[in-house]
Design a protein around this ligand. Structure first.
Ligand SMILES: [Zn+2]
Length: 238
């Protein structure tokens, strides 16, 4: 308690889960994080999309950590987010014997440079080191780049997102692609932090297919829940 209080004075941190002063994520809230990934198809699903796996809903503490890590420079969340990503990766592959190649979805042009930090690349590196510690053969392959500017996705419909992103990613080096695929039995997994409409993952899948790589799945930390207009039945009873 004393240590947490001191940290709070130094850092001004509060837990993203419960608001308790001290650590950015307190141990009890850490313990409440979901530990198993599940299949999270977006609705509607982009045609041909490989199976997407997510550990959490994009909500609450997980959302705070993703945004904090990506947009507020809270790099302390890197390890816990990387651990969550590992759970999705392990589910996205059909077995754990074959080598794993993790391909992060690229940042939009300018955004990573502006921050001087590639959030998704960093999370994939954490995940790779965790997987290796568990005895798996894993490597990070940041071989996709954003080949043209896209507009901010916020507020766009699924169709608009898909049109906005079509053709926006590329693997600029055939050598890189060959390198990633040098284990012909390697399982390629697309990695992103959040799955919304699936348009970003679908574009990454297309860009990989264009250089002859067939991802086996998509691994994300969190997926947005579809929200339907509230249909209250209570009004019928009152
Ligand atoms: Zn907490």
């Amino acid at each position: 308690m004393v240590r947490d209080a001191v940290l709070d004075l130094v850092t001004g941190s509060t837990c993203v889960g419960c608001g308790r002063p001290g650590r950015m994520l307190c141990p009890p809230c850490r313990g409440l994080l979901p530990a198993r990934a599940r299949i999270s198809w977006p609705q509607p699903t982009p045609p041909g999309l490989v199976t997407p796996w997510a550990v959490a809903d994009y909500d609450g503490a997980v959302r705070e950590m993703v945004v904090g890590h990506k947009d507020r420079g809270q790099f302390g969340f890197r390890r816990v987010l990387g651990d969550l990503l590992v759970e999705s990766v392990l589910c996205a592959v059909p077995n754990h014997e074959q080598p794993l190649v993790l391909v992060p979805v690229p940042s939009r042009p300018g955004s990573a440079r502006r921050r001087g930090y590639d959030p998704m690349g960093a999370l994939v590196r954490v995940a790779v080191s965790r997987l290796r510690r568990h005895g798996l053969t894993a490597s990070a392959a940041p071989m996709l780049v954003s080949s043209r500017a896209v507009v901010d996705q916020a507020g766009l419909s699924a169709q608009q997102r898909s049109a906005n992103l079509a053709g926006s990613m590329a693997c600029p080096s055939a050598r890189l692609a060959r390198l990633a695929g040098r284990h012909t039995r390697a399982h390629v997994v697309i990695c992103d932090d959040v799955l919304t409409t699936g348009a970003t993952a679908a574009e990454a899948q297309r860009a990989l297919a264009a250089v002859g790589l067939s991802p086996v799945g998509i691994a994300v930390i969190a997926a947005t829940r579809r929200r339907f207009p509230a249909q209250s039945t209570r009004s019928l009873l009152s």
